[in-house]
Ligand binder design. Sequence first.
Ligand SMILES: Cc1cc2nc3c(=O)[nH]c(=O)nc-3n(C[C@H](O)[C@H](O)[C@H](O)COP(=O)(O)O)c2cc1C
Ligand SMILES: Nc1ncnc2c1ncn2[C@@H]1O[C@H](COP(=O)(O)OP(=O)(O)OP(=O)(O)O)[C@@H](O)[C@H]1O
Length: 318
Amino acid sequence: MNVVSIDAFHLKYPFEPSCACIGYFDGIHKGHKELLLNCIEQADKNQLKKVCITFDPDPWVIFKNEKQKHLSTLSDKIQILSSYGFDEVYILQFSKEFASLSIESFHHLLKEMNIKILICGFDFKYGQFNSGNVDTLKKQNDFKVIVIDSVNFSNLKISTSRIEPLILKGELYQSNVLLDYIYSISGYIEHGFKRGTNVLKIPTANLNVDQEYILPKTGVYAGMVLLENQFYKAMINIGTNPTFNNQHLTIEAHILDFDEDIYGQKIRFFFYDRIRDEMKFHSIDELKNQLLRDIQYVDQLNFDECLLKNTRNIFFKN
Ligand SMILES: Cc1cc2nc3c(=O)[nH]c(=O)nc-3n(C[C@H](O)[C@H](O)[C@H](O)COP(=O)(O)O)c2cc1C
Ligand SMILES: Nc1ncnc2c1ncn2[C@@H]1O[C@H](COP(=O)(O)OP(=O)(O)OP(=O)(O)O)[C@@H](O)[C@H]1O
């Protein structure tokens, strides 16, 4: 899959005729999935390149000058799109100039990018003051437009802004249902206080997380980790280890049936469901007994087959 960064005002790339879906696609949830699958199907049917058009940076960065947290980093999006079988991802460089393109200039840009079929959601907006929408798109004759109806859950549109608060509240199972795969964050393993290994005899991998991610509410989660293209069941804690009065928030996983030195390695933590609050225990033995019960619980937990399969399809590299 080719990933191409595009300056809308200086098109240089040799664009081949394509069927493209368009959006910011943070998290690539179940609603987005409908667009992506439709795009792949239409591209194959019409012998066109399979293209996903997205934007970077986040419009908020440009308008509010604030770094936003996201469900997925750009690199995650690229990985997910690659798992769908896209040929190309066009990343339109978002700027104030780009945001103020007139409706006609936006259509002209897509025509110049050799888009033959455009797939978007029913509420897609574009151009100056977000004045472009599916009605204005349908009025032009340069490319065909396919509009996807709202993909709902409990009669409400599935959207990134609906999933984000669920993650912040720790309702990870519900977020996963709306995403259609298991939510994850990634980073590198760093050194902790070594109490896991030395005091508790329950070693943990401490995550130095990419700061872009939306972090689940503090607490203990059943989940998995992905390490060197292998999935392992894990229990994850996000918190300040109140039994030890830590000053800073840590994100750590005890990987079940695993005992290797993995400092410095790239790792991904998957949050399947929240088990409990992080608690302050009166003694290390009490904490240890609780951790042993958590291990037992996670060990016997059967993850939803469909969520597991979708997650593997995205993140497992063949
Ligand atoms: C699944 C899991 C649950 C945990 N729950 C708690 C908890 O409820 N209270 C607490 O003080 N620490 C909790 N911890 C954190 C342990 O205290 C921690 O693993 C230990 O302090 C090791 O830290 P270190 O990696 O910095 O050495 C939990 C850790 C894990 C992996
Ligand atoms: N549930 C959905 N059903 C159909 N189309 C959707 C759905 N969610 C998003 N889309 C479409 O997918 C494309 C990308 O959506 P985008 O990422 O901009 O927003 P979103 O998922 O609705 O999130 P937000 O809450 O940030 O608005 C757009 O064309 C949008 O209309």
